[in-house]
Structure formats: C-alpha cells, structure tokens
Design a protein around this ligand. Structure first.
Ligand SMILES: O=C(CO)[C@@H](O)[C@H](O)COP(=O)(O)O
Length: 233
C-alpha cells in the first residue's frame, strides 16, 4: 500500500519569495517539498544547498500544524559529502543519483545513519534494473522523466516502462517521477504506477496551484485505487 504524494519542485519558485510560496503550496495540499540541490558538476547548473534548506526549515518547522517533508534531490557528484549538512539543515529525505557514486550501498547506509529516508535516482539513460539489488534498502526510487539539471523541460513518456516494471515487481515501493509533470502529462505516469509526483513549473507557475495539486493527486488516487494499492492512512 502506498500514499499519493505531490512534491512541488522549488526550482520553479520565485526564490525572492521562497518561504511564502512554499507555504502556499503546502496550504494547497502538497505533502512534500522537492528541494533540488545542484552542484554545477553532476549537472550543468547550480541551484541551492544547505543554507537555503535550513532557512526554509525555520519557515516550515517540523512541529507545524501541517508538517511538510523536505525531499532533497541531490544532483551532485560525491553525494556522500553532503549527507551530514543536509540532515542538520532539516532534510527529511536524501535522494542521490545511482550514477554519482561507486558505492550506492555505502551511501545508503550513511543517509540512514544520519536519520533521513533514502532515495536513489536514475537518469533517463540508466536502466532501472540497476536498482534491483539495492531496492530492499531504499525508501524511494526516483525515475527521472527529463535529463536532470533544469526545470521546465518536456516529459519523456518512454520512461514509463521503467515505472511499470518497478511497480509490478515492488507494489509497496515509493516510486517518484520528476520532470515535466503537469495536468496534461500526469495520466501516463499515474497509470504506470508512480505515487510521488514532482511538479515544478506546473504548480509554482500556476494561477491556482491548489487546483493543479488536486488534479495531479486525483489522477494518482484513481490509478492506485484501480490497482488496489491505495494506502488508507
Ligand atoms: O530535478 C529536476 C530537474 O533537474 C526537477 O525537479 C525539475 O525542477 C522539475 O521541474 P518541472 O519539469 O516540473 O518544471
């Protein structure tokens, strides 16, 4: 049984109004915030790091009436390097790229030891089968539906075969999709079995973010229900 989760990607937010915009999407029904950390090395872009995450944690504390899960997507080389910093800054989940380390299992252990949930991501060119040997050790698998590095790219529907395969083999796994998710692309992702939807541009740039969040979540709920996988909690 899995939960439907919408995780707006802050890369598409107005960084000058980050705290306010994040509170709006949380009030609009987002359970997670997707925090894109980019180092200009693993991906050709630089975004933000632990100081921004720490400020955001102050604005959205864990003891709030509606606590929000900080889903840190580490688009960085040497992901082991930032585990402690991100945990101290208030990260709840730490998702690193399979392609970024020679020792995924070692990295997984360090993330868990730092008290965070652990996710592992695959870029579009990486077969999802690489995750099979480590799947029992992780809390989330992230299937990238664009090349990591930039928001506002086009959703890659051919990645859905990866999601279908994962969902078939691992019914209880949190399967996240990231890149180009919007009202007009959610159907194939939800049908394939994704339950954690990252959406940047479509949520933060919407006139009514709540309406988009509701739509995306409705599609996931419908498909998880049809598969008999919807968690009641
Ligand atoms: O990790 C990334 C890009 O590298 C994503 O989180 C995007 O930032 C999602 O943005 P949209 O495609 O939804 O605008």
């Amino acid at each position: 049984m899995v939960k439907p989760i919408i995780a707006p990607s802050i890369l598409a937010s107005d960084f000058a109004n980050l705290g306010h915009q994040c509170k709006c999407v949380v009030d609009g029904g987002a359970e997670w915030l997707h925090l894109d950390v980019m180092d200009g090395h693993f991906v050709p872009n630089i975004s933000l790091g632990s100081p921004v995450i720490a400020s955001l944690r102050n604005a959205l504390p864990r003891n709030a009436e509606k606590p929000v899960f900080f889903d840190c997507h580490m688009m960085v080389s040497n992901p082991e390097q930032w585990i402690e910093d991100i945990a101290k800054a208030g990260g709840d989940g730490y998702t690193f790229h399979f392609e970024a380390t020679d020792d995924p299992l070692g990295c997984i252990k360090k993330v868990k030891a730092a008290g965070m949930k652990v996710g592992v991501s695959v870029k579009p060119g990486t077969p999802v089968e690489v995750l099979f040997p480590i799947i029992e050790e992780i809390d989330l698998a992230l299937v990238m539906t664009v090349e990591p590095g930039f928001g506002g790219q086009k959703f890659m529907p051919d990645m859905m075969s990866k999601v279908e395969l994962l969902r078939k083999k691992y019914p209880k796994l949190n399967i996240q999709v990231d890149g180009g998710l919007a009202k007009d692309t959610i159907a194939p992702a939800a049908e394939a079995g994704a339950n954690v939807i990252v959406a940047g541009t479509s949520v933060f740039r919407a006139e009514n973010p709540k309406e988009v969040i509701d739509y995306l979540k409705g599609s996931v709920v419908e498909n998880l229900t049809a598969k008999g996988l919807l968690s009641k909690v």
